[in-house]
Design a binder for this molecule. Structure first.
Ligand code: SF4
Length: 139
């Protein structure tokens, strides 16, 4: 098996300044429309997965240093968690005059992509309280 299959996702992540950018990444999908018949936005997919978590349980996604998200990650990687998470759990939102991380943990579909793709390895995915997550039986 070729060596590239043995490289962790976070080790493959490329910094934005190492990539030739021909299209503005924020503008690239700006015109995409979801018809909710054949194409779906992330939040609709989460709804269809029947995801549930008790809103008052502690987050099972521990981001160990959110300062890195607001500074180094914004500059070096363009906050890829907003893109690689299929459930729109990670959002960078304007706060205190800068973009800061917001974690919508109750959307999580337990895929663990963030655990392997986060370039700084500061996201700790811990087991959520029992019974939460996607409703596999109902799909
Ligand atoms: S486990 Fe998957 S769905 Fe949950 S936060 Fe991580 S990337 Fe998103």
């Amino acid at each position: 098996m070729p060596k590239e299959h043995h490289v962790a996702g976070y080790e493959r992540m490329r910094k934005v300044d190492s990539v030739q950018r021909t299209v503005d990444s924020d503008g690239r999908y700006a015109g995409v429309a979801f018809d909710k018949e054949l194409t779906f936005d992330k939040i609709t997919d989460v709804f269809h997965a029947g995801v549930s978590h008790n809103e008052d349980q502690p987050s099972h996604l521990h981001v160990l240093d959110t300062e890195i998200c607001a500074t180094r990650c914004t500059e070096e990687y363009g906050n890829p968690c907003e893109r690689f998470c299929p459930a729109a759990v990670y959002e960078m939102e304007e706060r205190n005059g800068r973009r800061e991380l917001k974690v919508n943990f109750s959307n999580c579909v337990h895929c663990k992509t963030c655990d392997v793709a986060d370039p700084y390895q500061i996201i700790n995915w811990v087991t959520p309280e029992g019974g939460g997550g996607p409703n596999y039986k109902g799909m």
